[in-house]
Structures are given as structure tokens and as C-alpha cells.
Write a protein that binds this ligand. Structure first.
Ligand SMILES: Cc1cc2nc3c(=O)[nH]c(=O)nc-3n(C[C@H](O)[C@H](O)[C@H](O)COP(=O)(O)O)c2cc1C
Length: 173
């Protein structure tokens, strides 16, 4: 699958087969995340791989009871390292670049997973403090997304997009 096909056919998956993600595929997904552009190439992000059923239940609770977080064979928790970016870029690094670094890395992971036949769903609704406590996320870091990942159980729901013109402003607003 080429990149544009992956971009166009990816949709959120919220039901997963009871089948583990092979280690080799997990590695390829994480390596795709590692290739993401980052501010100043500081790579101010990290990811926790969570496969323990009890921890996944805890993540699902922190994500306001979203069942797909516990129902996936693995969750990837992407975290921004604000201090790493702040060391070079100050407040803008802490409050913006680190979040962008982690977000782009997670996007790479989501698209790579899809290209490899895996489904994911971006989960942003969560009590961040609960996730931090559960995973022991260090101070100065911020959880950006939980990404449940696994083989899709059934067809995902197709979603539409606004027409391109509605995003565009020619030469400004
Ligand atoms: C920042 C962000 C937060 C999201 N949070 C959740 C979430 O908490 N739970 C969920 O099931 N989906 C969540 N989604 C997935 C969106 O609902 C989904 O991407 C959107 O409806 C478009 O559908 P598609 O991904 O199938 O194209 C989130 C997506 C983004 C980008």
C-alpha cells in the first residue's frame, strides 16, 4: 500500500480480533513513529507499549470507560516531553513543539499500522492524571494520545470529510 492509499483508506477501528500483534509488526509501527519530523530534531516524545490486561483496563477507565482501549491486544500511549523541547525552545517548545512532535509520531504509527493491515483508533478523551499515575509518566511530560491497535474485527465505519474548498483560504482569510 502506498502512502496516499493509506491516507485515504485509514479509518478508526474500535473492535479488534482476539489475536496478538506480531512483534515484528509492532517494531515496524514504532520505527515508523521514530522517523517523524520533530522540532530541532529533538525527538521530544516517547511511547509506552501496554499489553498487560490489567493495565489496559486501567487505561480504559482513564479513557472514560472506552471499551476499545481494553479490547485491543496492545495500546500505544504517546507522550510529549515538554522539558526536552523547552531546553532549546523555551515556552514554545514546552507548550507547542513537544505536543506536535508526539502527535506527528503517533500519526506516523497510525498510518504505518494501517499499511500493515492493523487497525487503530486515536483516543484523546481521557483523564490525563489517571494515565500518568497508572504508567508512572515523569513530571514535565504530557500524554497526547492512547492508540489501541490490533487486527480489525469487522469493517470500520466510513466517515466523510468537509469539501476541500471549506478548508481553504486563498491568500489569507
Ligand atoms: C484529537 C482526537 C481525539 C480523538 N478522541 C477519540 C476518543 O476519545 N475516542 C474515540 O473512539 N475516537 C476518538 N478520535 C477518533 C475520531 O472520532 C475519528 O478520527 C473521527 O471521527 C474520524 O473518523 P475516522 O478516523 O474513521 O476517519 C479522536 C481523534 C482525534 C484526532
Amino acid at each position: 500500500m502506498d502512502l496516499l492509499e493509506a491516507v485515504h483508506t485509514r479509518r478508526s477501528v474500535r473492535a479488534f480480533r482476539d489475536e496478538p500483534v506480531p512483534g515484528e509488526l509492532l517494531e515496524r509501527v514504532l520505527d515508523a513513529a521514530r522517523q517523524a519530523p520533530t522540532a530541532g530534531n529533538l525527538q521530544a516524545w516517547s511511547v509506552a507499549v501496554v499489553e498487560d490486561a490489567g493495565t489496559q483496563e486501567g487505561l480504559a477507565m482513564a479513557a472514560l470507560g472506552q471499551g476499545h482501549v481494553a479490547g485491543a491486544p496492545v495500546d500505544l500511549v504517546f507522550v510529549a516531553d515538554g522539558e526536552r523541547s523547552a531546553a532549546k525552545y523555551g515556552e514554545r517548545g514546552r507548550t507547542l513543539y513537544a505536543l506536535q512532535d508526539a502527535t506527528i509520531a503517533a500519526t506516523h504509527a497510525v498510518l504505518a499500522a494501517h499499511a500493515l493491515g492493523l487497525g487503530t483508533c486515536w483516543v484523546g478523551a481521557m483523564r490525563e492524571g489517571d494515565v500518568e499515575g497508572l504508567l508512572g509518566v515523569p513530571d514535565g511530560h504530557r500524554v497526547v494520545a492512547i492508540i489501541p491497535m490490533g487486527y480489525p474485527a469487522d469493517g470500520s465505519v466510513d466517515t466523510s470529510r468537509r469539501p476541500l474548498e471549506s478548508f481553504l483560504h486563498s491568500e489569507g482569510w
